[in-house]
Write a protein that binds this ligand. Structure first.
Ligand SMILES: [Zn+2]
Ligand SMILES: [Zn+2]
Ligand SMILES: [Zn+2]
Length: 294
């Protein structure tokens, strides 16, 4: 009798219940089931390239392979074959260094605050060199009864050297019911003689397509420029514009810069973490703070 009880006990110790996704172990099966219910493991969770464990976010995967207290085996392999940026693990140090050429972004130099003209649009012809990338940011004011409808009130495009190549206030198509002044710094004054949305669209598309045909831009890009931004859908929506998916580079959708495979970080977090700058908001007394990440 006593012997039986003892063997049951040792059996219990050796058959702990392990989650096949994150490898957490439980003495009781119910606890594992409960864990599975609340942890939402899915193919969207980033995975350690060495032990294949699912981690709940890129941050926890980073902790798992880099530290401060990493999983020893994984961190050893990762230090030789892992990419610090996207956290993927490669077959060999050679394939890693090949990968790094395309994965590693050069550190951007800090950008200061710029004074911009009160209402005159800036349009600079930008034909100096190859297609390159253009970053966009829009400032929105509120329309509709409750002021929640986003209306584009200002748009700014900068090139890879951080030159402002297009900047204009945009005349809203319907009445503005909330200028959101604390965030936008915009007043009625700014938008009074502003450029009509249709003309703004034309100018932006002219800069982006850069003389390339729409068909070719969609297929291979050609001379058309890459459009960089954070949550670009939002900017394009408020401009009522579309641009080919293959030419979009969105910091809210680029996995190495995301919190998990599904959830993005805020622009505020990204600027702080990767550029070492504090994002104060777009406008403070009409000083424009450029904070897009290239
Ligand atoms: Zn788990
Ligand atoms: Zn691992
Ligand atoms: Zn990488």
């Amino acid at each position: 009798m006593a012997f039986e009880a003892e063997s049951d006990f040792s059996k219990q110790l050796t058959t702990r219940h392990k989650c096949s996704a994150c490898f957490k172990q439980y003495n009781k099966k119910e606890h594992l089931v409960e864990h599975m219910k609340v942890s939402y493991h899915s193919v969207h969770q980033p995975r350690c390239g060495v032990c294949l464990k699912h981690c709940k976010s890129f941050e926890s995967l980073r902790e798992h392979v880099i530290g401060p207290l990493p999983k020893e085996d994984c961190s050893r392999v990762f230090s030789e074959q892992g990419c610090n940026l996207c956290l993927k693990v490669f077959d060999s140090p050679i394939s890693l260094s090949e990968h790094k050429r395309s994965c590693r972004l050069p550190a951007p130099s800090p950008i200061g605050t710029m004074k911009l003209p009160y209402s005159d649009p800036i349009v600079v012809s930008h034909n100096g060199r190859g297609p390159g990338a253009i970053a966009i940011d829009c400032e929105m004011v509120g329309g509709g009864d409750d002021g929640t409808l986003d209306l584009c009130a200002l748009v700014c495009l900068i090139d890879e050297d951080e030159n402002v190549i297009f900047h204009t206030y945009v005349r809203p198509q319907i009445p503005v019911t909330n200028y959101r002044y604390e965030i936008t710094g915009l007043t009625e004054e700014h938008l009074r003689d502003a450029m009509p949305l249709k003309l703004v669209q034309e100018k932006i598309l002219q800069i982006l397509y850069n003389g390339e045909s729409i068909v070719r831009a969609r297929m291979q890009g050609g001379k058309a420029r890459l459009l960089v931004g954070h949550a670009l859908e939002h900017d394009l929506d408020c401009l009522r514009m579309t641009y080919p998916d293959n030419l979009l580079r969105d910091t809210a959708k680029y996995p190495p810069l995301m919190k998990t495979n599904l959830v993005c970080h805020s622009l505020k977090y990204l600027t702080q973490k990767y550029l070492g700058q504090v994002l104060l908001g777009c406008f403070i007394d009409n000083d424009l703070e450029f904070s897009l990440v290239f």
